[in-house]
Design a protein. Structure first.
Lengths: 815, 583
């Protein structure tokens, strides 16, 4: 039975992955030792690789994997480390024996045969029988191979022809195939030469397994077998989308590029030079990336030269590239004013209430204010901001410097988020701008990854830890903070999690704390009625602490100790820092400030979760859930039987918020109520996902607020499923030439995201409700709305809007 | 569902039209290539509209010996006479149809005829061309009083009843062990080990598959067992299921055995009616159903993992092993795969004991077996013989002696797989141990007529013992027959692994060149290297044995090569002209 119960999370080589239990258990066993060509090798039982799309491919460690670790070169044609071995070319055949036993008579494919303890392997380097067989197999393939094939003619790297030369395979002594299969040049991108095809299956796995395009298969049987597209159509007439994976996968000239990838960069004006595949291969950062991949992506990396003062990228811009600094230094900063959108009573009217024509209307103004004018309690503690770079920005002085060897913009590149900061050259510098598919591979190449991780541990970790609020108390004493960083530096694990993968499940043993470096993590809990989202955790935030702390007296009875109380999974490409349970306990003991802060937050979180859970439990209506009303904590509801459509609520809101209303008197109807478009403070605030600077967040008391370092990119407004976040333009002190009349300078307008703040900064009485002359506008939670509707339907008399708890028990699904 | 759906489309349309394949992919929600890779793999499927009359002449071993090549040319000539645009009659070759005892075998519009003269066949072709129905050729279904059948033709399922009373699974496995019952499909694996492995394998979903895909040239004994005693295989399957804890059984049978499938279906229906298989086997409370899976064709499907792939709707290509099917078989579940005959022996062994079976062997061997004898003998057919019976007894007593008074030239004791063994083997060519044990010090050669046919002795000689026994008389040209056998492997290779796909083709091309007088003796050296590479690196048995016919000729019949080798003698006009290597 392969239910989800049989899948468990394991970490191998810093990659979190979900494995069948048997394989995960195998991965925990100690390394095994075998002998290859006389050399003793120790290898783990399970190895992993990454496919070109970044998917983790785990497998039981094979003889081939073991040979790679000691540098014994076993030829392969049909195999790649990230593919499931099919063992069809057989050129990796080796002789297998065991200590004190004669060797097996038949050879074994090294790419497929699992390594076993005590195995004695002889490769073609040391065994004549193996060498003869491998040479014959190569000769067989060379017999029908058009020599040189298109790939070898162009680049000299047809894997078959290179192998034949390496093995000194004689000129074929066998009859050569008389029949030539025609070339297929129907695809504008890829040329197909069936004569050069060795049926290694790599293109098939590339097309179907890696890209899931499902176009290529094998057709026919025996010597007549070949690859085919769809129902044996010419490639150009098939459903091929020309992704190029087959071509990159092909070891020979059977599938070759007709035109290299053409990026638009050629047309740009900035000084740049595209890097050739050879130049990339020689670059230390790209060591270990397959040469055909680099060639196919030749112009996907460009080297750009920036003069001192030039801007490399701007905050809020959307992009799909990351930057690697080769030489020079850059500064990274947030240009948007660190001010928040302040609403205050109109000074002209003093503190007196103004009477409007249709009701009680108060006059307000909305403006951007400096933070020191307005302390907003809890959020003022944020002293560092997490951005999409290996540095954090200090709140008081949001500028940092990046040095050669550092990479920034990874999150933008991988998950298409807006740029989180502006980057400017502080001296003449060169950077590599890298497109997404190359970054994918880079992050998954062991060599490149090791370089980037080393950088993180030496430099970025200190910055990263500064942004984590639970460690904020340590920042008061720099020496203590440094001791803390030094303690963690080599103890943490760096993990990469693929979109959709589960990091841990509710009920799993709690064994570590996770800090988010890049990407967003969804925290869900299994509750009656299904999985419910508790939170989204983004860069600079953390999760997994509850299970590690539940044994503390402060948390007694709130959560089961040692066990995960929620499921966490990756929403996009997530990079995590893992702090193991033992190290975490050590931190709690050694740094009491951390413990105090953590426990306080944890208690509050758990209580809120419990409240939310009760709300959900009490509301079983499917259609109610369908409108997302279940998640709403504060709806502006208009009773349509009373509402005269006078729009006073909207006007009041606009008046209160600098002329930009935060509610629109339209929306979904639920029974006789109109649920207006106004922030609902969802329990499941999807708006938070993707904020590049983490400035939209949920208060501990659960309203959504937008912090004042908002860069105005608009991602949250785009994310909100209900259209409840508006972008509010403000003039700033900056001046820029008027495009229509360059002689004139105009103030630069910047946007800030705004959402209903429930008039929090006034007196907590929402202006819209206050303004309604007909008692039609009400603020209530989804739960209360439901109870109102149900009471209305069952003919009960109207009760006060704050439905008594007793009424909740009477709820029954209708119809 | 792909395989069954393609069967249905071909039955309806006579071939697989593209529009139907597209519709199928859509219905099953699978990519087009998934449908095409299956449709283009199996020889039974036609991707283009067929001629009105499709004539397929068997190419292999016994039929080849009995002149199927000239017969095919004659029928081709007739097709040309009939003409038409497109031609009304299409004549082609086909791999062994399992009718070697009445060679040559010819299929006309999938109706298999055996032992017909050229004139009779021409008449049938004319009939088909006139769209007249073809008369079926019925085969005898009567039981023959074999020892394997404890019920004398009247199925009583007593072994199954006895098991259900006692539930003594260990007892049955011990009986199989005492009998030393081997896999009768050719590999000779011990049956009790297979059953024990599946019984011990974890999981509550397990399967039993009866391999009735008898396709090796010269092999047709399962055909007789299926037609005359289908109930024995059924009882064996159910016993295997109950002993190992499986709940579902399949009979994987080659589609050309139409009459046998019909008999099997009737026997299965009767067994179901008696409660022998179904939701509650003979009131035992155990559920075990049996289903027939008709193969989409191809010799390779007899390889047990290729067979599983076909049942799972994929190209019938053998899997890499391990894991073995006993641990991960059909749909990844533990699976017993046994040959028809192996399963058919089980009821007798259960009822009479393992010793009863093992004691029937002669010359030191244990047990009984069925052998299919064909080629240059007077009475080809299926015989129940003891293990250890000598070649002399088999040819001259059992099979009525050599045909047309020929001298014995060679035997193929496992169809083409084991290569050819000559009538006399010079001492120098015998394995040293074998020579020491079997020859007097002054004897210069070993008379193969003395060879006891049991697994160990034939293996000691360097040969293989299978269910096919093909006899070659002195008129046979061994180089030509080697080519015939190698062509069979080339035609039937699935193409998955390089050594077999490329090696089998290149062996054919080499032999064609040899017979055309284009090769020097030195150029034959590569055959040895190629054969060794195929034997030790191919995924499955097909590629591993494919070179045996030619290596055995190089070893035992070097003088037969002389007349073909360039520069040694002028090429002699041979009996059968060359066929093209590609069709």
């Amino acid at each position: 039975m392969n239910g989800p119960d049989d899948l468990v999370q394991t970490t191998i080589d810093g990659q979190l992955l979900t494995l069948p239990r048997a394989m995960a258990e195998l991965a925990q066993l100690p390394a095994l030792a075998l002998t290859i060509d006389g050399t003793k090798v120790e290898v783990p039982r399970v190895s992993i690789s990454f496919d070109p799309k970044g998917k983790v491919v785990p497998r039981v460690t094979t003889i081939y994997d073991a040979a790679v670790t000691v540098g014994v070169k076993i030829p392969i044609l049909c195999h790649r480390e990230y593919m499931n071995p099919v063992a069809v070319c057989r050129v990796c055949s080796v002789q297998v024996g065991y200590e004190n036993r004669p060797a097996e008579w038949r050879l074994a494919p090294a790419c497929y045969r699992p390594a076993e303890a005590g195995m004695v392997v002889a490769t073609h380097h040391t065994n004549d029988r193996v060498r003869s067989a491998v040479k014959v197999l190569t000769e067989l393939l060379m017999t029908d191979h058009p020599t040189p094939c298109a790939k070898h003619a162009a680049h000299g790297d047809c894997e078959l022809e290179v192998l034949a030369a390496d093995l000194a395979v004689p000129a074929p002594r066998l009859p050569r195939a008389p029949a030539r299969r025609p070339l297929d040049t129907t695809s504008l991108v890829i040329a197909v030469d069936h004569n050069a095809c060795i049926l290694c299956d790599r293109c098939i796995r590339g097309c179907n397994d890696i890209r899931d395009n499902q176009v290529i298969g094998r057709m026919g049987k025996g010597y007549q077998a070949r690859i085919a597209f769809d129902l044996n159509k010419p490639m150009g007439d098939s459903s091929c989308v020309a992704c190029g994976e087959c071509m990159v996968s092909c070891p020979t000239g059977a599938l070759t590029s007709r035109t290299p990838v053409d990026t638009k960069w050629k047309e740009e004006k900035t000084a740049h030079e595209p890097l050739s595949a050879d130049a990339l291969a020689a670059h230390p950062l790209f060591a270990g990336v397959a040469h055909p991949f680099l060639r196919w992506n030749e112009s996907a990396v460009v080297r750009r030269h920036f003069k001192k003062g030039e801007v490399i990228c701007r905050e809020g811009d959307f992009g799909s590239t990351a930057f690697y600094i080769e030489h020079g230094k850059v500064s990274i900063f947030i240009k948007a004013p660190f001010k928040h959108v302040k609403v205050r009573k109109d000074r002209g009217a003093g503190d007196k209430v103004n009477w409007g024509p249709l009701g009680l209307i108060r006059r307000f103004t909305t403006s951007l204010v400096k933070r020191d004018e307005d302390q907003r309690g809890e959020e003022s503690e944020a002293r560092y901001l997490a951005i999409d770079a290996p540095v954090a920005l200090a709140y008081d002085d949001p500028v940092a410097e990046l040095d050669a060897g550092e990479i920034f913009g990874e999150m933008t590149c991988m998950s298409f988020y807006p740029r989180s900061a502006t980057v400017q050259a502080t001296q003449d510098c060169t950077v590599l701008e890298i497109l997404r598919n190359v970054l994918y591979i880079l992050q998954r190449s062991k060599a490149s990854r090791a370089q980037l991780e080393e950088k993180y541990r030496r430099r970025a970790i200190a910055n990263h830890l500064r942004t984590v609020p639970i460690f904020a108390s340590l920042l008061k004493n720099e020496a203590q903070f440094r001791a803390f960083v030094d303690y963690l530096r080599d103890r943490v694990d760096l993990l990469r999690v693929n979109p959709g993968d589960v990091i841990f499940r509710q009920g799993d043993p709690a064994d570590s704390l996770y800090l988010v470096r890049i990407g967003f993590v969804k925290v869900t809990q299994s509750q009656p009625g299904g999985q419910h989202v508790l939170a989204y955790v983004g860069p600079g935030k953390y999760f997994g602490e509850i299970g590690l702390m539940a044994h503390l007296p402060e948390l007694q009875g709130l959560a089961p100790p040692g066990v995960r109380s929620a499921t966490c999974s990756a929403l996009d490409h997530v990079d995590l820092v893992r702090v193991k349970a033992a190290d975490f306990q050590h931190i709690l003991e050694r740094f009491p400030g951390v413990r105090e802060h953590l426990a306080g937050v944890a208690v509050e979180t758990l209580k809120q979760d419990e409240t939310a859970r009760r709300q959900v439990e009490a509301n079983p209506l499917g259609d109610f859930l369908g409108q997302g009303l279940m998640n709403a904590q504060s709806l502006l509801v208009l009773d349509l039987e009373r509402c005269t459509r006078c729009d006073e609520c909207t006007k009041a809101c606009a008046d209160s918020h600098g002329g930009v209303t935060r509610l629109i008197r339209e929306g979904l109807r639920f029974d006789k109520y109109l649920v207006t478009t106004s922030c609902r403070s969802c329990l499941d605030p999807y708006c938070m996902v993707g904020c590049p600077v983490g400035s939209i967040r949920r208060r501990n008391s659960r309203e959504i607020i937008i912090e004042d370092w908002c860069i105005g990119c608009g991602k949250c407004a785009e994310n909100c499923p209900y259209g409840n976040i508006n972008m509010h333009p403000f003039k700033t002190d900056e001046l820029a030439p008027d495009p229509a009349n360059p002689a004139r300078m105009l103030p630069v307008v910047r946007q800030k995201a705004t959402t209903c703040d429930l008039c929090y900064e006034l007196d907590g009485q929402p202006s819209c409700v206050y303004a309604c002359p007909h008692d039609a506008a009400h603020r209530m939670s989804g739960k209360t709305l439901l109870s109102r509707v149900q009471q209305g339907r069952s003919g009960e008399t109207r009760q006060d809007y704050e439905a008594p708890a007793a009424a909740e028990g009477a709820l029954r699904p209708q119809g | 569902m792909i395989v069954q759906a393609l069967h249905e489309i071909q039955h309806r349309c006579r071939y697989l039209p593209e529009a139907e394949l597209r519709a199928l992919a859509q219905t099953l929600a699978v990519p087009l290539h998934r449908v095409y890779e299956v449709a283009s793999f199996y020889p039974h499927y036609r991707l283009a509209p067929p001629a009105t009359v499709e004539v397929k002449v068997c190419r292999d071993m016994a039929c080849h010996l009995r002149g199927s090549a000239p017969l095919r040319r004659a029928l081709t000539a007739q097709a040309n006479e009939i003409g038409g645009a497109p031609p009304q009659v299409a004549v082609g070759g086909v791999s062994c149809l399992g009718q070697c005892d009445r060679a040559p075998a010819v299929a006309i519009n999938d109706q298999v005829y055996r032992g017909k003269t050229e004139a009779e066949l021409r008449a049938l072709v004319r009939l088909a061309a006139a769209n007249e129905p073809l008369p079926p050729q019925h085969a005898d279904r009567a039981p023959l009083g074999w020892k394997i059948d404890p019920y004398d033709g009247k199925p009583r399922y007593e072994a199954l009843r006895r098991f259900i009373e006692g539930r003594d699974a260990d007892g049955i496995i011990n009986a199989l062990k005492a009998a030393d019952l081997r896999g009768m499909g050719g590999a000779g694996f011990r049956t009790h080990l297979k059953w024990s492995a599946v019984r011990a394998a974890p999981g509550n979903v397990k399967y039993v598959v009866c391999n009735a895909d008898e396709s090796e040239p010269g092999t047709f004994k399962d055909r007789e067992l299926l037609r005359r005693t289908p109930y024995l295989a059924i009882e064996g399957i159910v016993l295997a299921g109950l002993v190992t804890g499986a709940t579902k059984g399949y009979v994987y049978v080659r589609h050309e055995y139409e009459q046998e499938i019909e008999v099997l279906r009737a026997a299965l229906a009767e067994a179901e009616a008696q409660g022998v298989c179904g939701a509650n086997v003979l009131g035992s409370g155990s559920a075990f159903s049996v289903e027939i899976f008709v193969s989409p064709g191809g010799y390779i499907q007899g390889e047990e993992t290729a067979l599983l792939e076909a049942m799972e709707d994929r190209r019938g290509e053998p899997r890499n092993k391990p894991p073995f099917p006993t641990l991960s078989g059909l749909f990844g579940k533990p699976t017993v795969i046994n040959n028809v005959e192996t399963l058919a022996w089980v009821p007798g062994i259960v009822l009479r004991g393992g010793e009863w079976y093992s004691k029937q062997g002669v010359n030191g061997a244990a047990g009984l077996r069925f052998v299919s004898i064909s080629g240059d003998v007077n009475a080809p057919g299926v015989y129940e013989v003891p293990f250890g019976q000598t070649v002399r007894e088999l040819i001259f007593q059992t099979a009525g002696g050599m045909r047309d008074g020929q001298q014995l030239k060679a035997i193929a004791s496992s169809g083409p797989s084991g290569g050819f063994i000559p009538a006399r083997i010079a001492r120098a060519l015998l394995p040293e141990k074998f020579a020491k044990e079997r020859l007097t010090p002054d004897a210069t050669a070993y008379d193969v007529l003395d060879l006891p046919l049991d697994l160990n002795t034939v293996a000691a000689l360097g040969g293989m013992l299978g269910a096919a026994f093909v006899v070659y008389g002195d008129r046979a040209d061994m180089v030509e027959h080697a080519l015939n056998c190698v062509e069979f492997y080339r035609n039937e290779s699935c193409g998955k692994c390089v050594p077999c796909r490329m090696g089998s083709e290149k062996l054919v091309e080499l032999l064609v060149d040899l017979r055309a007088g284009k090769l020097q003796r030195t150029e034959l050296a590569v055959v040895g290297e190629l054969a060794e590479a195929m034997q030790i690196t191919s995924i499955c048995g097909l590629g591993q044995v494919a070179p045996n016919p030619i290596t055995s000729v190089l070893k035992y019949f070097p003088e037969e090569l002389d007349k073909y080798l360039a520069g040694e003698r002028s090429p002699a006009p041979s009996g059968t002209p060359l066929r093209g290597t590609r069709t």
